[in-house]
Write a protein that binds this ligand. Structure first.
Ligand code: AMP
Length: 331
């Protein structure tokens, strides 16, 4: 994901205004903490690493969540975050070692690291942040490791042990920026295409008849979390997301991955947020308006005929907001 660089020509008044808006948002993120993002009351489901992988799927589905922090009760330590990527790894394991299907049934969450090793993927760096550190720091850490969510870990004063306070996502942070910074986001008036926000070429797509397994393989190969589903004219029909895998393999039904994406999308929960589109001429301020009002996880850029032009993920937006025009990438 390349960092967009500012144009070499002298900045126009629009450029200056945009840069002022971005800098003000960065200042805001430096004086807010991850605690500020948390709602007054929230629920946190932590899963024990002794739990069977198969059962973890049911728990996520029953509680309408797509990830959970893991807890090793043998050592009383935080053991990473369970996400859709872990299930994608399990699917890859199943494909590489089909004879081990019966073993897969008995795998526990503690086996996830062994599965990573067996299929040869490098383990995701488990980043975490103290909830009282600046939000800017949490975001920089997320962008550096490509994490879409970050656990907030504190230490219990009495026992001296780690405790998981909550998990914040890119979505929550972007919403927090949008809700609290309307006076700054209105300054972001340049069209998304002009600032190079998102990905506009080599887009990975599928059609309704593509199998779920093929789509998963495309996601793994390109390290992406969504694949737009298009018709033969390139018009966008839907988007298959990494989290759509979870209901597909409920109960350990790995052999059903040969079903089509069209069938898999019917298994989406009823409260699924749907897809959000924008045009190449839309400005970042209108995208922030959408984020403020809706549950947006990415925007699919389409032309007037609904044909796919690009993809703007939340990480693209956050990367732009944090890093555009920054000379020193490491500060
Ligand atoms: P995400 O996986 O959504 O966080 O996106 C990671 C990066 O991949 C971002 O720069 C996206 O713009 C890009 N991206 C996401 N989905 C696709 C896709 N289907 N084809 C090509 N690039 C993508």
């Amino acid at each position: 994901m390349p960092t967009p660089t500012p144009p070499a020509k002298p900045p126009s008044p629009l450029d200056k205004e945009q840069m002022h808006g971005l800098r003000s948002i960065r200042e805001f993120l430096k004086v807010r903490t991850s605690y500020d993002v948390l709602p007054l009351s929230f629920r946190l489901i932590v899963l024990d690493t002794d739990l069977l992988i198969k059962k973890s799927l049911n728990i996520l589905i029953q509680n309408s969540i797509v990830s959970a922090p893991l807890w090793d009760s043998h050592t009383s330590t935080f053991a990473g975050l369970l996400t859709a990527t872990d299930y994608i790894n399990v699917i890859q394991y199943y494909c590489q070692f089909p004879d081990e299907m019966s073993k897969l049934e008995h795998f526990r969450l503690s086996s996830l690291r062994d599965i990573e090793k067996a299929i040869g993927v490098s383990p995701l760096e488990t980043v975490s942040v103290h909830p009282m550190r600046p939000l800017y720091e949490a975001l920089r850490r997320m962008l550096k490791t490509k994490a879409r969510r970050i656990p907030l870990i504190d230490v219990d004063d009495e026992t001296g042990r780690e405790m998981v306070v909550s998990v914040i996502t890119q979505y929550r942070i972007l919403k927090f920026i949008a809700v609290n910074n309307e006076h700054n986001t209105v300054l972001l008036k340049k069209p998304v295409k002009d600032v190079g926000l998102g990905t506009w070429s080599n887009l990975v797509t599928a059609n309704m008849g593509t199998s779920v397994l093929q789509v998963v393989n495309r996601m793994v190969k390109s390290d992406i979390s969504c694949v737009p589903i298009i018709d033969k004219h390139g018009r966008v029909l839907n988007v298959f997301e990494a989290v759509d895998i979870i209901p597909c393999i409920r109960g350990g039904a790995y052999d059903e991955l040969s079903a089509s994406v069209g069938d898999a999308l019917c298994k989406r929960p009823d409260d699924s947020p749907g897809i959000y589109t924008c045009s190449p001429d839309d400005r970042l301020d209108s995208i922030f308006d959408t984020v403020r009002k809706s549950r947006v996880h990415r925007l699919i850029v389409v032309d007037d005929d609904n044909r796919l032009r690009g993809i703007i993920s939340l990480s693209d937006i956050l990367k732009y907001v944090l890093l555009y025009g920054e000379e020193d990438d490491n500060n």
